[in-house]
Design a protein around this ligand. Sequence first.
Ligand code: G1P
Ligand code: ZN
Length: 544
Amino acid sequence: MHIKTILTQTYHDQNPGTSGLRKKVSVFKQQHYLENFVQSIFDVLPNFQGKSLVIGGDGRYFNREAIQIIIKIAAANGFGELIIGQNGILSTPAASHIIRKYGAFGGLILSASHNPAGEHEDFGIKYNVNNGGPAPEKDTLAFFERSKVLENYKIAELPELNLDEIGTQEIDSLKITIIDSVNDYEELMQSLFDFDLIKQSIQNGFITLSFDAMSAVTGNYAKRILVEMLGAPESAVQNGTPLEDFGGHHPDPNLIHAHELADLMFSENAPTFGAASDGDGDRNMIMGKGIFVTPSDSLAILAANATLIPAYATGLKGVARSMPTSQAVDRVAANYKIPCYETPTGWKFFGNLLDADKITLCGEESFGTGSQHVREKDGLWAVLFWLNLIARRRQSVEEIVHEHWRKFGRDIYSRHDYEAVDSKVTNAIMVSLRKQITTLAGQVFGDFIVKYANEFCYHDSIDGSTSANQGFRIGFENGSRIVFRLSGTGTVGATLRIYIERFEPDVSKHHQDPQIALSELIELAEQFCKIKQLTGLAEPTVIT
Ligand code: G1P
Ligand code: ZN
């Protein structure tokens, strides 16, 4: 194998955000851009010579080209084996599982998650470590630092590899294995859930379902698992063929972007269960006939019912949620007397707690739920968990949710996003919030008395690291909260996220529209941040 060293120009914008480096395709296509970032990662990682690297992506535009480049750089840097998903496809949770199952050194996942795909849209790359989870912040910072001084990269002269045929080939001392993208993941799901019970409930018509794969990576996985294995009709999987541009969709499973599914679920002809996943398969949206389950509630309900599922029958070690996620799961944890951890936004913060066996389930308000089984959030896993639960409890989604609220109270919740705002404006808002936050405790706003107000700083109890500036939170005496933070995944301008929640113990008030139930807090949030006033925007871009 002939290896060349290429002199490169340095880029100064390769700072990985909440979940890897995400940029427009045109940025990634600049000369040496992807090569530089991959070389920067390899320069930082120690002792991988002869070891294996998993490679796969969500199939979006530029996926195949990027994989060909990565193969050559990984070969030149001395990896011993490359394990690649067929056609270059691996969902994020499947990639996490494959890293763990085959004891790989790590993996490169190519995805910009729920961001739109296509020549003029987004691409992304993320490095996952050998526990299958996203590289911790100290690594991603080191990648960035390295990229800012990188002068050259190594690349092997290799022919284009055929990514479509399963099998192994050897080039000198390098082994390249193309694997089926679904097999390992499907086996893992079978080991966790009661497939026979779910199948029975689908066959006898108790469960009818519609899953929207949004023309993204989960199409392959859903067809194999839901249709072939669990016996759902083919029509149960919508948009099941992965496309390079995701069919022009914004593959973010929420009521706005998955509105076809939402319309169906609120119609007369709704099936009993509806779900959607995102571009790379790690997010999930859960719906029942006439009901949407907020991700925060979903996490709490899964935690409360976990012992009904084979994999979790012996109980949960603990649970964790990201800081802006509602406190619904905290109530479940308190009830079962298990620990509940609060981490910053981003899946990477759950990794240490999972590895140390402190928690079994974890989740985020941003349609992410997961468990010990991998080190990423997992969309189809959440779908199967719900199907198993419905089959086991013989209740509808609505009955399960309402019963949960009756028992634990309802944490009424909403997130308001202001997207693609001028970053000067959002930076000014952050500066102003930082000033205000120190003076808010004890102040009274109508019925709301501020109990605490601070900027979230996380101390990782496992590795002792500290992550500061993780968002502003204002907590009130009655348990309500307002949280402000800037998105770390956007590629255009800045996105301000406002998270609002209020606890409602009174059963007679459980069935309110969250926007109405939260209206006072929504106004209060504007009073603190003035985003509408500063931007002239009348409404948030997205409400979930
Ligand atoms: C968003 C979500 C966050 C999630 C991340 C990756 O990040 O808010 O919960 O972990 O996407 O899927 P943000 O854009 O808010 O930084
Ligand atoms: Zn995703």
